[in-house]
Write a protein that binds this ligand. Sequence first.
Ligand code: PEP
Length: 246
Amino acid sequence: MRKLVAGNWKMNGNRENLLEIKKVSDRFSGSDVDIIVCPPFTLLSAAKEIAANIFIGAQNLHVDNSGAYTGEISADMLEDLGVTHAIIGHSERRTECSETNDVVARKVKTALKKKLNAIICIGESEPERKENKTLSVLKEQIYGSLKDITGTENIIVAYEPIWAIGTGRTPSLAEISTTHDSIRLNLLEMYGSSASNIPILYGGSVNGLNASEIFSVANVNGALVGGASLSFDTFSPIIKAIENKT
Ligand code: PEP
């Protein structure tokens, strides 16, 4: 399975920050890791032009391909720019934009029709974790977010415990291992052996110091990185760490 690191810039970055993406693209030319940077929509086109050696992804897309949806961006438009990946169902969108599993599944379907790689985010909240509901919440999110999706091609799952995002806190390695194994089992239940090729990323406060140990966990195939992806200096140690995973 290919190793993968995706950076989610969220609502950060102006044109002057494009240099960070270019540095990543130049430094990791020829890497065996799929590197994806997802800047805000305003930078997608310019990022695509200056970063030939990495993939450029979007942070969201609309369910429909065109129409009267003021302010929205479609899979068609992303395809037109040469964007190859889209983050779908990030917890911030699930919480702040009321994106349900059903909406996420519809967006995944739209993305796959355009051959966009769908990075589908799942993760439990802190109260759910405290009530020992993590694995059941994740199972429900996996089944719901992949409802009616029949194949595994172009599917990437990102496990992001909500309480670990932007907090500097991470689950223990044993917890990450249990969770990722369970996600893999859920995917195998749904899709059979082809699910063994679905990359499962860990996300939530990954940095240059903790990346290597997180990547040492068996079913961790890469990372979805927020804050640390904003600069070359903090993103590149994470990419190097996954390059070293055997
Ligand atoms: C994210 O929001 O997807 C994320 C993982 O953020 P951070 O790395 O900053 O915790």
